[in-house]
Write a protein that binds this ligand. Structure first.
Ligand code: SF4
Ligand code: SF4
Length: 429
């Protein structure tokens, strides 16, 4: 008997999973994790057709899994049903592209300036909305030349780690990748950059099981060798971290050749903040932070919570003298990668984010720190505040530099408060 056969019988029908599901809270028509997961799974395994469009509305946030008292793998059952679900042609085509951010990154970064210009133009966005059902309200992230490279080995023999940037850092924010490398080096670690691109979360989230499996195999092939030679893997994107730590989301289960290596990778993968906190606990964290007057709101992404590592960024940021951090603890932002870009899901995506937006508005921080790129996009879309990766704040604190701060409609480069229409209380700019 397989483990997940047991898991169906483990369901107590307590409905705890339903109480934490952000989609169900935002739209009562959503059948909820208990129904879409173990209840319908029973029928699916009997070969009874239960296909429903609602499986597409699952965010893959894993909140249901985390609260289940009997360890039912609810979201994985829904992900499998999503992969079997047949979509209308246009949505299927759109999701095919969304499932392949590496391919999209390769194409758009042939001429990144041209791609950015085209993607930012209103007519192009309204055309994409008509042809591909992409929400016209959304702005695409900017693309940049993928020039992230392993730095040369420096100085004494030091502990070496593999940095897995994922496709967003590689194709959209290589500068953030260099920040991560710099942070690790300043903490006594030498870094090599993983050669693979996507972790596979976008493929899984878009119901493309074959693409997810192929990406997972490529990652296992490349990373297992490095883990075998004693290297640890570091991620700075919570979704990449989640995927690598769950043995590639169960998609390699039953694949004898890869499943065992995937587990080895899982137990040797660390979130950047988790690793830095471990350095701190061992008395090895470089704490030469300069005083930085900054009032932050921190949002923990769902895929950070699902790693079960506490709130390491929250604690690290509070080590910087002068920085105050308020943990928003306000649930899911509603973006979930490409989910919020889909026209039919845009309203529910924004409804889910309402509680977080209200908490940030009430906290009136100088900026928001969160380690997920799409949470950053959603926060900037739903509030008037700027959101950045906490690694950028930590690195700049070593040099006594205040990160670019302010409301999202101003940049410190051009702002000595002129463009700030509503200066947050206590803001020092
Ligand atoms: S929380 Fe777990 S046991 Fe309770 S209804 Fe959901 S799946 Fe079943
Ligand atoms: S993974 Fe998240 S959105 Fe999907 S059913 Fe579970 S709680 Fe709801």
């Amino acid at each position: 008997m397989r483990l997940d056969d047991l898991a169906i019988d483990n369901c107590l029908k307590c409905s705890l999973c339903n109480t934490v599901c952000p989609v169900l809270a935002a739209d009562p028509r959503y059948p909820g994790p208990k129904r879409l997961g173990p209840e319908l799974e029973r029928l699916r395994r009997e070969g009874i057709s239960t296909d429903t469009e609602w499986v597409e509305y699952c965010l893959g946030c894993h909140r249901c899994d985390l609260v289940c008292p009997n360890q039912v793998n609810v979201s994985e059952m829904i992900a499998r049903a999503k992969a079997a679900h047949r979509k209308p042609l246009v949505r299927g085509l759109r999701d095919w592209w969304f499932a392949r951010p590496g391919l999209l990154g390769k194409l758009t970064t042939i001429l990144p300036a041209l791609s950015n210009f085209a993607l930012s133009m209103k007519p192009a966005r309204s055309l994409m909305s008509k042809l591909m059902q992409i929400a016209p309200q959304r702005k695409f992230p900017k693309y940049a030349r993928p020039d992230l490279r392993s730095p040369a080995m420096t100085g004494n023999a030091r502990q070496r780690v593999v940095f897995f940037p994922g496709c967003f850092i590689r194709y959209n924010r290589p500068g953030l990748g260099r920040t991560v490398i710099d942070l690790l080096e300043r903490n006594g670690l030498s870094v090599e950059v993983a050669s693979t691109e996507c972790c596979g979360v976008p493929a899984l989230a878009n119901g493309d099981a074959a693409a997810a499996r192929s990406v997972a195999r490529a990652n296992v092939k490349a990373l297992a060798r490095q883990v075998d030679s004693g290297l640890r893997i570091v991620t700075a994107c919570s979704s990449c971290g989640h995927m690598l730590k769950t043995g590639f989301g169960g998609i390699l289960e039953g694949d004898k050749k890869f499943a065992c290596a995937a587990q080895k990778i899982a137990s040797n993968t660390f979130d950047l903040a988790e690793l830095l906190m471990a350095q701190a606990d061992a008395g090895k964290l470089n704490t030469n932070f300069q005083h930085t007057a900054l009032r932050l709101a921190y949002h923990a992404p769902c895929h950070q919570k699902s790693q079960g590592i506490g709130r390491p960024w929250y604690h690290l940021l509070r080590m910087i003298p002068g920085v105050t951090v308020e943990d928003m603890d306000a649930g899911c932002c509603g973006m979930s990668g490409t989910y919020g870009f889909k026209q039919e899901k845009y309203p529910v995506s924004m409804e889910i984010g309402k509680e977080l937006f209200a908490s940030i508005d009430a906290a009136r921080p100088q900026m928001v720190a969160t380690e997920c790129a799409t949470c950053q996009m959603q926060i900037e879309h739903g509030t008037s505040f700027k959101a950045i990766h906490p690694a950028e704040i930590l690195l700049q604190a070593y040099d006594g530099l205040a990160p670019t701060k302010g409301r999202k409609d101003c940049s410190i480069d051009e702002c000595e408060c002129g463009p700030c229409r509503q200066k947050p209380e206590g803001a020092d700019h």
